[in-house]
Design a protein around this ligand. Structure first.
Ligand code: AMP
Ligand code: GLY
Length: 436
């Protein structure tokens, strides 16, 4: 078993705090560093003053500190080719190479891979001319699903019953420069119905194991209304993804995608996030991300047993050791504490009181994102400030615990969703892992 002694986690959000927290909990007590990290996480982990997108600086820092595994958090670091630079320098890295990461950064590339690999997904067409795209509405049933083809910070998708709104979005992307390069092509896609679930596969280019499936809450307000956000909370595991569904996800999604990318000469090594829509016809892929999900990771990490560092190091070496992963029983719920006006009218100036008290309670951990140390607690720096994650025997127990803690947090200028994990039936057991 390859056991990393010093691990560098790249990124600065709640996801990276959760990854660092879990890696540090491994039995062999690896030292975990963050670059650049954030103030909250910085209380427990050394921060390096290096940008996660500055490949030469990351390589230099790894050499200077004898880092023996790098774990990459955000997509921007993948798009900047940081894993490619680390590999070229002989530094083990768990994160997708730039070409393979196109499965996230180009929706049409992802569709092309899925078509070639026979992966179930929504039918789609790609356009560069507004008139052609609008004429194609007739070939799809409403509601229309329109996606900016490239990266759009999670905001590049419109689902609408209104052909006027759909046409306006297409025109803004293709003719108006909305989303810049990311909006120069749009994908028109068949609307899928069902329940969404997020499954993250740890991949070594050829083999994989699945982490417990999660459900995230993308909309801003209770009851799934309001604009899409970077994620207001999540729970794991989700009862909809039982052992049978996991087998289907492995065999009809992950394995074919890994084969197809390897055949194209760009093997996929890293976390492959499968955003799925589940219905009677089985799982269909809504999107892939080339990284750990945010905020799913904040709910999944407490459920990961075994040696997570050894698992990621084995994947980074191209020799996945699936036995390094153990899945803990129980469930976790994570609730995002965000600026009152998030996502569209962030006000700034909010603050959180007694957040540290929440953290000191049993079965609760707080992951920081956009917070800064202040005299009376923590100020919110913008969108998502921190996540309260609680564990319990099932989702309901974890949910009750999480909201008890949230109830004890004071301050002003922040809010959270109150319905994360609500009305979730107990999970039906099942092993949340699979291999080839
Ligand atoms: P994406 O960025 O591709 O994940 O899309 C954001 C959200 O839009 C998804 O989480 C879904 O809720 C919704 N969505 C995307 N594509 C579809 C589709 N083909 N059918 C139904 N809903 C979709
Ligand atoms: N939770 C969705 C994402 O990570 O993009």
């Amino acid at each position: 078993m390859m056991i990393p002694a010093r691990i560098l986690v790249l990124g600065s959000g709640g996801r990276e705090h959760a990854l660092a927290w879990r890696l540090a909990a491994d039995g062999h007590h690896p030292e975990v560093l963050l670059a650049p990290g954030n103030d909250g996480a910085g209380r427990c982990f050394e921060r390096l003053q290096v940008s996660e997108t500055d490949a030469p600086a990351v390589v230099a820092a790894c050499r200077a500190r004898a880092v023996d595994l790098v774990v990459v958090g955000p997509e921007v670091a993948l798009a900047a080719g940081v894993p490619d630079a680390l590999i070229a320098s002989g530094i083990p890295v768990f994160g997708a190479a730039r070409e393979a990461a196109r499965i996230e950064s180009s929706k049409w590339f992802a569709k092309d891979v899925m078509r070639a690999a026979g992966v179930p997904t929504a039918r789609g067409e790609v356009f560069t001319e507004p008139r052609e795209a609008i004429a194609a509405f007739a070939r799809f049933e409403p509601p229309w699903v329109i996606k900016a083809e490239g990266l759009a910070a999670g905001k590049g998708v419109l689902v609408t019953e209104s052909s006027v709104a759909a046409a306006a979005f297409v025109t803004e992307c293709l003719a108006g420069g909305r989303f810049g390069e990311g909006g120069r092509r749009v994908v028109l896609e068949e609307f899928l119905t069902g329940e969404e679930a997020s499954v993250i596969a740890i991949c070594d280019g050829e083999r994989h194991v699945l982490l417990p499936a999660a459900r995230d809450y993308k909309r801003a307000f209770d009851g799934d209304v309001g604009p899409n956000t970077g994620g207001m909370g999540a729970y794991a595991p989700t009862q909809r993804v039982d052992a049978d569904v996991e087998c289907v996800v492995s065999e009809s999604v992950v394995v074919p995608v890994l084969r197809e990318l390897a055949a194209r000469g760009t093997p996929y090594l890293g976390a492959l996030y499968c955003g799925l829509m589940l219905d009677e016809a089985g799982p269909h892929v809504v999107e892939f991300n080339a990284r750990f999900g945010d905020p799913e990771t904040q709910a999944v990490m407490p459920l990961v047993g075994g040696s997570f560092g050894a698992l990621l190091a084995s994947a980074a070496a191209g020799a996945l050791d699936g036995a390094a992963l153990e899945i803990r029983p129980g469930a976790a719920v994570t609730v995002a504490l965000v600026d009152e006006g998030y996502p569209e009218r962030v006000r700034g100036g909010g603050w959180l009181e007694r957040l540290d008290d929440a953290e000191s309670q049993a079965d609760v951990v707080v992951f920081h994102a956009g917070t800064a140390r202040a005299e009376h607690g923590w100020t919110l720096m913008g969108g998502r400030g921190a996540y309260v994650t609680a564990t319990g025997v099932d989702v309901e127990a974890a949910r009750v615990r999480a909201y008890e803690c949230v109830g004890g947090i004071g301050g002003a200028g922040w809010r959270c969703r109150r319905d994360v994990g609500e009305a979730v039936a107990p999970a039906g057991g099942g092993r949340h892992r699979d291999g080839e």
